[in-house]
Design a protein around this ligand. Structure first.
Ligand SMILES: [Mg+2]
Length: 417
């Protein structure tokens, strides 16, 4: 997990070196992206009454950056760009998509979204080096990639999960309730249980005694067939992490997520994993295929959690996820944002399969359901995905209008291709 020179190159440098299978669509599914004619960015911030606390910061409003891409035939697709922390960065990411990526997309056709991803990565590589904005640029590319996959799936007349190779009539992905604050955790779990969840993830990494206490309370609150996981959000040193392991093992925690900073040397990860009776999880802060491959092959992460709106989109995260399963690890997509990225993560999980769970933030966030209508229902620990072509959802822009902070449009004026 330690950053390398390749990591510093922002994904563009190392990703081409990694040997991963390409995204395999269902046979006969056309993936061509026709000439693109329009790109719109919508940035939202919804106020919330209860801030979301993590060990590294507090979220006082909920942001979301959506990108809509349209082709010459008037078909469109929606994507979402990760922007959670700090929330002041949401508008910046929207501007990057409109000013840096739109000129590289409009008027161009691509053999597939994978080719568009590769072109954007290649063409922004030097800019990322120059600005050191590896993260925001990678996130903007990831959001555009999701929009292009929604577009090609809609054009193909297939739901994205089917387009990506999943069989069956209508997949139902297992879910867990996430983002639960330690304050009032048992009450939050009770509400999530009422809402159809049977697995729950709680944020720890604050005061060690308080962490231990909440872990014990949660263990006592679990009913038959229920389980919980914990997320330290990179809070600890290896020694601090070790001190919590007995309590987590005693409580039967399903996994311990990001106990240490993602750039902690690999030897320390390997040693902690070797000592831990609880599986270690991580991946939302990895940003090259090589890092995911190392983590999966090395085995210090048993649960691997790429965030497809933060790095890689569908084009890179689906191959990573298939590699993860092939290496005998669990793929559990990370997600904490608006509805488009959540639904896209569900389609990726349905396509890849395995025994992973979809992360569904259960904190108040009106952008989750308003920006993805009709929002799939959660029941009995799972979410049934739509059979409508593409992601199967549309944002309700009118209902979200009061939360919109920025809207940008770029369109081609010369259609002489
Ligand atoms: Mg996490």
């Amino acid at each position: 997990m330690q950053p390398t020179a390749g990591h510093e190159a922002g994904g563009a440098g190392r990703s081409g070196d990694a040997a991963l299978p390409a995204v395999v669509p269902s046979p006969g599914v056309p993936l061509e992206v026709p000439p693109l004619t329009r790109l719109d960015v919508h940035v939202f911030r919804a106020p919330i009454d209860t801030p979301v606390r993590t060990s590294f910061g507090t979220m006082t409003d909920r942001p979301a950056v959506l990108v809509r891409i349209e082709d010459e035939d008037g078909c469109h697709g929606w994507g979402e760009i990760w922007c959670n922390f700090p929330t002041c960065g949401a508008e910046h990411r929207g501007r990057l998509a409109a000013s840096v990526l739109a000129p590289r997309l409009l008027g161009r056709a691509f053999p597939s979204p994978v080719d568009a991803f590769a072109a954007l990565e290649r063409e922004t590589r030097v800019l990322a080096l120059q600005t050191r904005e590896y993260g925001p640029i990678a996130q903007a590319i990831a959001g555009v990639d999701v929009a292009l996959w929604d577009l090609v799936a809609r054009r193909a007349g297939q739901p994205l999960w089917q387009c990506l190779g999943a069989g069956g009539a209508q997949p139902r992905v297992p879910v867990y309730a996430s983002g639960i604050n330690p304050d009032g955790a048992v009450e939050s779990v009770a509400r999530a249980r009422e809402a159809g969840y049977s697995a729950f993830k709680i944020k720890i990494g604050f005061d060690p005694d308080a962490d231990r206490a909440v872990i014990e309370r949660l263990a006592a609150a679990m009913g038959p067939g229920e389980g919980f996981m914990v997320d330290a959000n990179q809070a600890w040193t290896p020694a601090q992490a070790r001190r919590l392991l007995p309590a987590l093992a005693e409580a039967g925690a399903g996994w311990l997520e990001e106990p240490m900073p993602a750039d902690t040397p690999v030897d320390a990860w390997r040693a902690l994993a070797g000592d831990s009776p609880v599986p270690l999880a991580g991946g939302e802060n990895l940003a090259t295929e090589a890092q995911f491959i190392d983590a999966a092959d090395g085995g210090w992460l048993q649960v691997i959690q790429p965030d497809l709106c933060k790095w890689g989109g569908v084009s890179r995260c689906v191959p990573v996820a298939r590699y993860v399963l092939g290496a005998g690890r669990r793929y559990c997509p990370h997600y904490l944002g608006g509805g488009i990225g959540l639904i896209a993560s569900g389609h990726a999980l349905a396509a890849v399969g395995g025994d992973g769970l979809l992360e569904v933030d259960v904190n108040a966030n009106p952008l989750r359901e308003t920006l993805a209508q009709p929002f799939p229902r959660v029941a009995d620990g799972g979410m049934a995905l739509s059979t409508v072509p593409g992601l199967g959802v549309e944002p309700d822009l009118d209902a979200a209008g009061s939360w919109c902070t920025l809207r940008l449009s770029q369109a081609v004026t010369d259609r002489s291709w």
